[in-house]
Design a protein around this ligand. Structure first.
Ligand SMILES: Nc1ncnc2c1ncn2[C@@H]1O[C@H](COP(=O)(O)OP(=O)(O)O)[C@@H](O)[C@H]1O
Ligand SMILES: [Mg+2]
Length: 327
């Protein structure tokens, strides 16, 4: 019998729009000789099963089952395709754990941890990975910009701690700009990260586990025409992505090693994408963040990296789904 897979898309954040695009690529590439898949859309209006005709019916939240032609369908596993909450921050993972339903992403604890940029770099640093010096600031305990700049050197990055897609983020070059950047980030989140700017080339690398082995995908260099890889650079084509990246083996190896180490230290599962800056002053990679449900749209980085590795997306998603049953 073919395994029944719920392809879960949508989500409750601004990233939902990207989740729907990811689900199209994934859905088109699930091996239908091996799996029966069903599209589940979790959005503000509810949890819905959508059939091929686009007709919607409610998901039973008691056991995450659906009804198709009068027959109850219980899933064997969930293929998570939600970027942002509740699919990337551990909430759905906790729910699926309670149901005993396998899923393709990191577990609840790792998802929640990595959704917080500061906690991510703190744990990674403990594991010996280089990260930028930063301050973690809460809205309820404001700190004067001057105090921050006694501890950090300009330029700094100011980012919402739990955001994504570079929303609410600024690069601050002058002390006089810091307060405005803090205000902007606090509009998105009640905790933020003020982080020293690392100068150097930017790389992002997919990592996944199959049959117990951690594999790094061919990495991508991100070259942006903006001052940093911001929302416009990401989604309006104001950046260039080169896959596989062209760089000397010694640096490529350092990035691969750091990526594998981060995957291990953070106890990741499934496919994640890790952002690094190769610090031009030291020649060492500095980790920025871990995306535990990276974009899978046709234009996204992970599908490009999979192709660069010489795998078909079909084989890749089969490996990702099969790995979910290993836990
Ligand atoms: N400390 C830093 N030094 C240099 N560039 C940074 C730093 N932090 C962020 N950036 C730039 O901002 C972009 C977005 O930051 P990131 O932490 O990856 O958040 P997200 O991708 O979730 O918006 C990065 O891709 C990079 O271009
Ligand atoms: Mg990023």
């Amino acid at each position: 019998m073919k395994k029944k897979i719920a392809l879960v898309t949508g989500g409750l954040s601004g990233e939902a729009i990207i989740s729907y695009k990811s689900a199209i690529t994934v859905g088109n590439n699930i091996d239908i000789d091996k799996f029966d898949w069903y599209k589940i859309d979790i959005n503000e209006s509810g949890w819905w099963f959508e059939n091929v005709k686009g007709e919607k019916s409610k998901v039973n939240r008691e056991d995450f089952s659906i009804e198709v032609d009068g027959e109850k369908i219980i899933f064997d596993a969930v293929l998570l395709c939600i970027h942002g909450t509740p699919g990337e921050d551990g909430k759905l993972q906790g729910y699926f754990d309670m149901l005993g339903l396998p899923y393709t992403s990191c577990d609840a604890a790792t998802s929640a941890l990595t959704f917080n940029k500061r906690y991510t770099v703190a744990v990674a640093a403990f594991g010996g990975i280089n990260v930028a010096k930063s301050l973690h600031i809460f809205k309820h305990t404001p700190i004067a910009p001057e105090t921050m700049l006694q501890q950090l050197n300009l330029p700094v990055f100011v980012k919402p701690n739990n955001g994504g897609s570079s929303i609410g983020m600024s690069k601050v070059n002058e002390a006089s700009e810091l307060q405005a950047a803090l205000d902007k980030a606090f509009k998105e989140d009640n905790q933020i990260l003020v982080e020293e700017f690392i100068k150097g080339r930017e790389f992002t690398i997919g990592v996944f586990k199959t049959k117990g082995q951690i594999i790094t995908l061919p990495m991508t260099e991100v070259i942006t025409k903006k001052e940093f890889f911001d929302f416009e650079a990401k989604y309006k084509g104001l950046s260039e992505e080169i896959t596989p990246a062209v760089l000397e083996d010694v640096y490529a190896n350092k990035i691969c090693q750091a990526a594998k180490r981060a995957y291990e230290v953070l106890n990741c599962r499934g496919v994640v994408r890790i952002d690094f800056i190769l610090n031009e002053a030291t020649g060492e990679p500095y980790m920025l963040e871990v995306n535990t449900v990276p974009g899978q749209s046709a234009a996204s980085i992970i599908p490009q990296q999979v192709k660069a590795m010489g795998w078909t997306l079909k084989n890749f998603y089969t490996a990702v789904i099969e790995e979910a049953f290993a836990y």
